[in-house]
Design a protein around this ligand. Structure first.
Ligand SMILES: C[S@@+](CC[C@H](N)C(=O)[O-])C[C@H]1O[C@@H](n2cnc3c(N)ncnc32)[C@H](O)[C@@H]1O
Length: 238
């Protein structure tokens, strides 16, 4: 029996679609190495590095390479980008981790903001922390898209070196999601979560909870007004 065709998860499919033909890719936190092996099988990259912090995932990555007979993926055991030099890759993928972990990996490799690299980032949580980090450290979100994966809506980001100022609404609701077909659902889910958190904090009634509720209300107001802006921008009259 032949081996099953390698299929990417919806998250990784979006990122794979953003990799330019002939790119030199490094996939940081690769786990099974599905993305670099898929890219290599489809002949869409000039080179691919698959790295992971832990031995178990890297062994799984090597196993995927063996299963699909891919010999040109370079497997590396290292923390973040510590074992990858700037000249080895022009496209860096960091997917399937929390926004704070992705930020920490980029903070330890400031060369990723040198203008010679495109980053494809996909935070599983705390996307707002990642957007804030990018804004404060010389990066610009050039493209953003939402994707459903296993019942959860995730943002995917294409990031380059640059300057941009994001509003509070954009930090929480997305920098480039105004015309995304899933944008409305993403922003409404955030509004509902914030409303319920504010209600909980109001019930607690102590000073610290009141202060926290005030800061969440500020985000809520920013998201509600951004939702109106998106509606106007997407109205057929505009
Ligand atoms: C959930 S998997 C994501 C796999 C794949 N990138 C995806 O999106 O489907 C997260 C992987 O990131 C690895 N990881 C976490 N922190 C890391 C770091 N600082 N450097 C390299 N890999 C890391 C973990 O060991 C794990 O294998």
């Amino acid at each position: 029996m032949g081996i099953k065709e390698l299929e990417l998860s919806p998250r990784l499919r979006v990122l794979a679609g953003w990799v330019c033909p002939g790119a030199r890719v490094a996939d940081v936190g690769t786990d099974h190495a599905y993305l670099p092996v898929w890219l290599s099988l489809h002949g869409s990259v000039a080179s691919a590095i698959a790295s992971d912090l832990r031995k178990g995932p890297l062994e799984r990555a090597r196993e995927t390479g063996r299963t699909y007979g891919v010999e040109n993926v370079d497997f590396r055991l290292c923390d973040g980008l510590s074992g990858i030099s700037p000249e080895e890759a022009d496209t860096i993928v960091i997917a399937g981790m929390g926004g704070e972990n992705i930020s920490a990996i980029l903070a330890a490799a400031p060369w990723t903001a040198d203008g010679g690299h495109t980053l494809l980032l996909q935070p599983m949580t705390r996307a707002e922390d990642l957007r804030l980090f990018l804004m404060e450290h010389g990066y610009r979100i050039s493209r953003e898209a939402l994707v459903w994966d296993r019942g959860i809506l995730y943002p995917c980001m294409q990031v380059v070196a640059g300057e941009e100022t994001l509003t509070l609404g954009q930090l929480h609701g997305g920098a480039k999601l105004c015309h995304d077909p899933l944008g409305e659902q993403y922003i409404i889910a955030k509004i509902i979560r914030l409303q319920s958190a504010v209600a909980g904090l109001n019930r607690a009634g102590d000073e610290a909870s009141r202060r926290k509720a005030d800061s969440l209300r500020e985000i809520l107001t920013a998201l509600l007004s951004m939702r109106e802006e998106w509606r106007c921008a997407n109205s057929p009259r505009n």
